[in-house]
Design a protein around this ligand. Structure first.
Ligand SMILES: Nc1ncnc2c1ncn2[C@@H]1O[C@H](COP(=O)(O)OP(=O)(O)OP(=O)(O)O)[C@@H](O)[C@H]1O
Length: 308
């Protein structure tokens, strides 16, 4: 069987006396964008810094494409690109000088340096700024340079720590687009405390709370994890709540006021069909009916509570 791209086994980390990460295990077997989600101080940066070999774990093992990061850190790092929370940029270098420097640091062979930098400049949409000093770029473009240095050596795994932090909405959209593009030919892990970011960018979610992994699965699984789906219903001439509750397949009815209701159900389509039929027969004048997905925010809050 093929080695997983990332394998984390019983990972724990302690800063002096405080445990920041406690017994986390997971595997990333296939390509995709994996969101590492958690509130501030949950342990995201610590986990990412360990995966990328920036800090050494107190306990446990990390393997990158089968290479033990503790035993062979240099070999493992060849497969990793990392954009830390504060990008390691040198403001007094031009974009091109900086990327050349990074490519050399990452063991790109001399005869491939130029083409590697050209490729990454184009990929990140910064070719036209190649001669500009990094300190004179906007935040969004500085972040692009940060991303470029993370992929200049074509690593199999790229790790982004809060990549859209501090950017304006347009810049955020552009950076998300770039991350999706980069993930087409490699695995990406990105950390964020923003739920909509995960929804917009990721295929899979790993959620950390208080140093523990509380969820790992697809975005859809996360979405359905805690709270069952509900129906939102609006009628001009609604019946009594009890009458709605009697409909087969309806598990509960919550009155939201102004002739609106939230219904918990067993099977969406069957219940929708019955409500529409009854409404037509009894002239409830149905004006809106839709399946509500539980918001990521509410799941986030539930999972956080679970972890406590
Ligand atoms: N160098 C350090 N020394 C001591 N404690 C630290 C250090 N770095 C992080 N911590 C603590 O470890 C815990 C986890 O921090 P970490 O930065 O990994 O969380 P995070 O999820 O990345 O949060 P944020 O989104 O705020 O960066 C926090 O309680 C934090 O205060």
């Amino acid at each position: 069987m093929e080695e997983p791209i990332v394998k984390v086994e019983h990972l724990s980390h302690r800063y002096s006396i405080q445990w920041a990460v406690r017994d986390i295990s997971f595997e990333i077997p296939v390509r995709g964008i994996y969101g590492l989600l958690g509130s501030n101080g949950a342990g995201k940066s610590t986990t990412m810094n360990i995966i990328c070999g920036v800090i050494k774990q107190t306990e446990g093992n990390v393997f990158i494409s089968g290479i033990d990061t503790r035993k062979h850190p240099v070999d493992a790092k060849r497969h990793i690109g990392f954009l830390p929370q504060k990008p390691p940029l040198y403001g007094d270098l031009t974009v091109e000088e900086y990327l050349l420097h990074c490519a050399r640091l990452r063991w790109v062979p001399d005869n491939e340096l130029k083409s590697a930098v050209e490729e990454v400049l184009a990929r990140c949409g910064i070719t036209h700024f190649r001669k500009r000093l990094i300190k004179n770029l906007s935040g969004g473009y500085q972040q692009r340079v940060g991303i470029a240095q993370a992929i200049v050596h074509k690593p199999a795994l790229v790790v982004f720590d809060e990549p859209t932090n501090g950017l304006d909405p347009n810049q955020i959209m552009e950076i998300r687009h770039l991350i999706k593009d980069i993930a087409q030919d490699r695995t990406v892990i990105l950390s964020t405390h923003i739920l909509t970011e995960v929804q917009a960018v990721c295929d899979h979610i790993m959620m950390i709370e208080e140093g523990k992994l509380v969820f790992m699965g697809s975005v859809d699984e996360f979405d359905n994890y805690i709270i069952p789906n509900t129906l939102y219903l609006s009628m001009v001439d609604p019946p009594a709540t009890e009458e709605l509750a009697k409909i087969e397949g309806v598990l509960g009815v919550e009155e939201l006021g102004s002739m609106k209701f939230r219904i918990r159900f067993t099977e969406a389509q069957e219940v929708i069909d019955r409500i529409v039929k009854e409404s037509a027969a009894k002239d409830w004048r149905l004006s809106e009916i839709r399946v509500e997905k539980s918001s990521l925010d509410s799941i986030f809050a539930e999972l956080s509570k679970k972890a406590h």
